[in-house]
Design a protein around this ligand. Sequence first.
Ligand code: BG6
Length: 495
Amino acid sequence: TENTNVLFTIFGATGDLAKRKLYPSLFRLYKKGELSECFAVIGTARRPWSDAHYHEVVKESIASLEPTTEEADKFASHFYYQSHDVSDTSHYSVLKELTDNLNEKYQLGGNRLYYLAMSPRFFGTIVTQLKTSGMLNTDGYHRVIIEKPFGSDFTSANDLNNEINEVFAEKDIYRIDHYLGKEMVQNISAIRFTNNLFESMWNQRYIDNVQISLAENLGVEDRGGYYDQSGALKDMVQNHILQVLSLLAMEPPVAFTEEAIRSEKIKALKAVRLYSEEEVYTNFVRGQYTNGKLGDKEFTDYRNEPNVAKDSTTETFVAGKFLIDNFRWSGVPFYVRTGKRLTEKGTRINIVFKQVPINVFRSNTTEINDKSELPPNVLTIYIQPTEGFSMTLNGKEIGQGYATKPVKLDFRNTAEMVENSPEAYERLIFDALNGDSTNFTHWDEVAQSWRIVDRIRAAWDKQDPDFPNYAAGTMGPESAFELLQKDGFEWIWQP
Ligand code: BG6
C-alpha cells in the first residue's frame, strides 16, 4: 500500500483547529492528488454529531477553497464521525471496530495517523487507550501528530513524553510547530546555506545583533481560557520563537537530512544561556495590553476579554534578549519579541551587520570613527504576511558630492505565488504522511526549550508585574524599546 493510503483519526474534530486548518489542508492535498481516494477520516469529540452533520461541517470548512459540489461531496464522503469520551475505555472498542471497517473498505493496509488536536490534558489518556484497546496491532504505520502545547513546563512535558513513549517510539511522534511549515521559515536554511555572502559572515565577527519579531494585531479572541493560563512566553517563545532562533543559530548540517539538522538545532538550543534570576530581570520584559485604538477600531483591555481573570497578571507581550554561548555567537544579542494587539500582524527577522571600521564619508563635525550617519546593513527575512527578503546597503546619493544614502534590495514572492504555495498545515500533514519529521520538533528540542523558558517564568513568578503597561495598537511597553537602547541598538522594524 501507498504511504498515503491512510486512516486519520482526529481527536478534537469539532474544534476550531480542525475546521480552520485540518479539513482545508486535507482537501488541498486531496485536490492535488497527494491523497488518493484511499483515505478515510474518523472525527471524534464529545458532541453527538451524525455523519451527515459532520459532512456539512467539513464542506463548510472548505467552502472558501471553492470546490465544485461534486468535489466537496466526494471529499466529505471520506469522513466519519464518532462521538467519544476520551476517558471511557468502552468507547475505544467502538472506535476500533469503525477503524477496522474503514481499513477494509478503503484498502488502507493498516496505516494510521492519529491527530491529537484537543486539550493537552487528554493526550496521555488517549495514547494509552489506543494501545490497550489493541488499535495499534496492525501492519502499516502508526504515527501520532501532537498539537501544542507540549506540557506547560519541563516537568509536565517530560511526564507527558514518558507517557507517550510507552506507546509510540520517538520516530513515530510528530510534535507540530506550525511555524516550521511556513515557506519563509523553511527558507531560512536555503538563504543561509546556499549564499556564501551570508554564510561566511554569519557569526559574531560580522553580526551586531539579530532581531526576531512575531507581532500579532489580534487579541485573544475566543481563547481567553487557554491563553490566560499560558501567556505569551509559553504560547509563542517556548515553541515558535526558539525554533526560529535555532534555525538561525545552528551550525550548517553535514547534509540536509532529518538527523543532521536536528542534531545541529539541539546543539544551538543547548548553547542558549540558561539565565539566573538577575539575568532574567535584566534581559526579559513582559507586558499586558490595556484598551487602545488602532485606526478607527477601539479595543478593550486584556482583563476585559472573555474568560480572562479581571485581575489577570498574564503577559500578552514578551521582549527579551537571548545569548548563545558558543564560538559563533558569543556576545551577539538575539532580541525577540511577540505580543497580542500590537500595531500589525508581522513576522520578520532582521540580521543587523556590523559597521565598517571607519566612516570616510562622515561630515567634518563628527569623529573619525563615528558611524552614526551610516545605517547598518540589514538582511530582513519577511515570513508573513508578505514573504521575501531585503537587504539594506549604503550607496552614494545621485549628483555631485559624496553624500551617502541607504538603498534597499527588495524581493517578495508575489501574492499569486503565496496563494498557490502550500499552507503550513498542508505541508506538515504531507510530511507526516511520508514519514518525514524534519519539520517537527524532537523531544530534545522541546525539553531544552522548556528549560530555557522555565528560568524566565520562575523569575517572573517572584515579582508582581506592573500591568497593564501598553496600549492596544502599539508595539508594546516602553521597556521593550529600552531593552535595546541600553545596548546601543534599536528595533529595526518599527511599524
Ligand atoms: C499559535 C498561538 O501557536 O500561533 C496563537 O497559540 C497565535 O496564540 C498563533 O495566534 C500565531 O500563528 P500564525 O500562523 O497566525 O502566525
